[in-house]
Design a protein around this ligand. Sequence first.
Ligand code: ADP
Ligand code: MG
Length: 347
Amino acid sequence: PLPPPPARETLLSDLKITNLHKRYGSVEILKDVNLEIKSGEFVVFVGPSGSGKSTLLRCISGLETITSGTLEIDGRVVNEVAPSKRGIAMVFQSYALYPHMTVFENMAFGLTLEKDKNDKEEIRKRVENAAELLQITPYLARLPKQLSGGQRQRVAIGRAIVRDPKVFLFDEPLSNLDAALRVATRIEIAKLHESMHNVTMIYVTHDQVEAMTLADRICVLRDGLVEQVGTPMELYEKPDSLFVAGFIGSPKMNFIDGAKAAPFGAHTVGVRGEHLVIKPSDGVWNGTVIHTENLGADSYVYLEMGTEEPVVVRLDGVNSYKSGDVVHISPMDDKIHRFDAAGKPIR
Ligand code: ADP
Ligand code: MG
C-alpha cells in the first residue's frame, strides 16, 4: 500500500496560460497559447514533432522566458519568477543522474542546494518517502550505473518528488525505456498521480496509449497553437478538426473523400479501422486487400480503395484475408465523422 499523501502548505496548483507567445529571434514558435489547468489535473500535450510541446513546458517551468502573455500559478503571475521558486519540478527523457553519486545523493542533491538551512534530517525523510513511493528503497546506496533504465528513470522522478512540487512537468519521460518498462512505469506514474493529492501533472508524449490512459485532458498542439483540448474520449469521439481526427487514435483514422464521400454529404468521411466491418457483398465501399497484419489479439487488413492512403480495417482476432481479395466494407452505425472542405466537422 502507498503511504498517505504528504502534508501540503497549499492545495492549489491552478495554472493559467493567457495569450502566450514565444519567439526565437524572428521565428515565432508559440503563437498565442491559451490554456487553463485545474489543480490536480493530469494534462497530456501531444502534437507533431516541432509543434512546440517542449518549448511550452520549458516556458511553464521558467527555463525559457516568454516573449509575451501571462503565466499564472495559483492566481499569481510568475512570468518573472525564477524556476526554482515556481513550485514546479521537471522530468526529462534523459535522466541525467550524477554518475558518481548514489541514488540517495542524486535524489537529495537538489534539496541540499535549495534548503536554506540544509536540514539533513528533513532531506533524509523526504528522500526515503519518495523512494518508498517509487519502490526504489533497496537501491538507495547504489550508483546509477548499477541500475536498469527503468530504475534510473524512477530516480529521476524521485528527484522531482522530493522537492514537493505543486506541478510536475514530464517531457517524454518514458521514451528511452523498452516496451515492457514503458507500460510498467506508465502505470506507476498513474498511481503516483492518484496518490499525491491535488498535484498537477503536465506530460508530453507521442505515445497514443500514454496519452489516452494517463490524461484527464489531452491538449493537441499544432504549429505553436492549441488545436483542441478535451478528455481522451471527447477527442476520440468528437474531434474538432480533420487534424485531431487523424492525430488521435491508433491505427490512424481512415479518410475517404471525393465521390465516395459525397453520398454522406461530406467533403471527407473519416472512419476508424475499428468501426469498419467487412462484408461478403453489399458494402458501402469496396476495395482490394493489399496487406494484412495479425497481432494475435487483433489484426489489420489494408485495402486499396483509391484513397490517398490505404484504408485499414481492424478486426478482432486473427484473419485469413489474402492480398488480392476483393472485399466490401461498411462503417458501423453512427461511427462516421463528416468533414467539410476546410477540415471542420459537420455535425
Ligand atoms: P516539440 O517538443 O513539439 O517537438 P519543440 O518545442 O522542441 O517541439 O520545438 C518547436 C520549434 O521550436 C522547433 O521548430 C524547434 O526547432 C524550435 N526551437 C526549439 N528550441 C529552440 C531554440 N533554442 N532556438 C531556436 N529555435 C528553437
Ligand atoms: Mg519535444
